[in-house]
Design a protein around this ligand. Structure first.
Ligand SMILES: [Zn+2]
Length: 423
């Protein structure tokens, strides 16, 4: 008897689900704690704590239900051989519209769009509930149902428009790749990711939000001064109308060589004074100065290279395809099988990436502190946490596994420690 790969994959899916559910329950218990952690007592007001606690408990309930439904769905898909069925159907569809069903590229694009649409349909009730019940009840949701569906259709169109040529390119690369396939695939993914990094802020982000140059004034001047003192290649500073969709706040940078800064208008409102906003930017510039972005990019490239190497092995194993219910070996299905086979390792990788990311966050905080923004950053972090109602009490196991950013209590404590040392 052949090795039952599909059953092993299903087994690891369930084990992983059980582990993550155990962590989620631990986190749920932490969220229910009626007291602030010691570091944040007197820092966060009791009303804000009460609000954040209620919001996080609602979100946690939702997450537990969502995870259970996803798990059930994924198991059904494997057990009832939905993927082979959908693959056949997508082929029939290509034939139905009068195209050549023998053409693997057309067949794969049809399958890709079918997967995209069906996963959106599965997610729809959850994202509706999350936006219009949970977020709305806690006063975060600012989008109407019309805007929600408009954005959803734009996202679906963009994914299909960008996804279809990418699928076609991958298939043609795999068909021709020969011995150097892994290098070609990696080169292709490199070009695509660099292109998307350039194209996204210029062409795609403006479809969802309005961007205006930050008006002249104290804030602009302070950011420009900070940038020039650090030799930061500042190109432009934009304000984004993030408040039209949600009152969660945000700031980010983009650009490969010259960088632009985008400030969410809610961030400016929530921080209230210039100092705090500039402190947040100082932290972001810390990531740039300490090369965190480049290191993360390089790490991802190495991971991708390894991934493509494993994919090359998976796609050539007819036994694996048979295990998942396929007599043929379509390239796109190879990716699907590959994803399932490496899933447990991927979770370990993402845990390691979170570890590295959290240590980078501390380093960027230290950087901001060293250039004089320690106190303002601390105040900004507390303010943003209060406004965004993020979790105040966190379970250490849960946050170690899931969080890319350290919990507020840890960041405030680390900055306190530094302030004490320098005092
Ligand atoms: Zn950061």
């Amino acid at each position: 008897m052949a090795f039952p790969v599909m059953e092993v994959v299903l087994g690891s899916l369930i084990s992983l689900y059980l582990v993550e559910t155990y962590l989620a329950l631990r986190q749920h218990a932490a969220l229910k704690l009626p007291m602030l952690p010691v570091t944040l007592q007197g820092v966060i007001s009791p009303e804000k704590f009460k609000k954040s606690r209620a919001y996080m408990i609602d979100k946690s309930h939702f997450r537990i239900v969502h995870e259970a439904a996803t798990m059930l769905m994924d198991s059904m898909i494997l057990l009832y051989r939905i993927i082979p069925w959908l693959w056949k159907r997508s082929g029939s569809f290509v034939e139905y519209v009068g195209l050549d069903a023998e053409n693997e590229t057309l067949h794969s694009i049809s399958f890709f769009v079918a997967v995209l649409v069906s996963s959106q349909i599965f997610e729809l009730p959850f994202s509706l509930y999350s936006n219009f019940v949970i977020e709305a009840q806690h006063d975060f949701n600012k989008q109407t149902k019309r805007v929600f569906f408009k954005n959803l259709s734009i996202e679906l169109c963009i994914s299909s428009l960008f996804g279809a040529p990418i699928v076609a390119a991958i298939i043609s690369i795999v068909q021709r790749g020969g011995n150097y396939l892994v290098i070609y695939l990696w080169g292709f993914s490199f070009v695509v990711s660099v292109t998307l990094t350039i194209v996204y802020p210029l062409l795609i982000a403006p479809l969802f939000n309005n961007f205006t140059a930050l008006p002249d004034g104290e804030l602009r001047k302070e950011i420009e001064n900070l940038a020039s003192s650090l030799n930061f290649p500042l190109e432009n500073i934009f304000m984004m109308d993030g408040s039209t969709r949600s009152t969660h706040s945000n700031a980010y940078m983009y650009g490969v060589f010259n960088k632009s800064i985008v400030l969410d208008d809610t961030l400016i409102k929530q921080c209230q004074d210039t100092d705090k906003v500039v402190a947040v930017i100082a932290h972001e510039m810390g990531h740039w100065k300490l090369n965190h972005t480049i290191h993360a990019f390089a790490a991802i490239q190495v991971l991708l290279f390894v991934h493509f190497g494993v994919f090359d092995i998976v796609r050539q194993s007819s036994v694996l395809f048979q295990n998942f219910g396929f007599d043929t070996q379509p390239i796109l299905i190879g990716f699907f099988i590959f994803q399932h086979v490496v899933m447990p390792i991927q979770h370990i990788f993402s845990f390691c990436m979170n570890l590295i990311s959290r240590s980078s966050e501390f380093k960027a905080d230290v950087f901001a502190k060293n250039i004089g923004y320690g106190t303002a950053l601390q105040a900004a972090l507390v303010k943003l946490q209060e406004q965004n109602l993020s979790a105040v009490n966190t379970d250490p196991w849960y946050s170690a596994y899931h969080y890319s950013h350290p919990p507020l209590a840890e960041r405030v404590a680390a900055l306190d420690e530094l302030n004490k040392k320098s005092a």
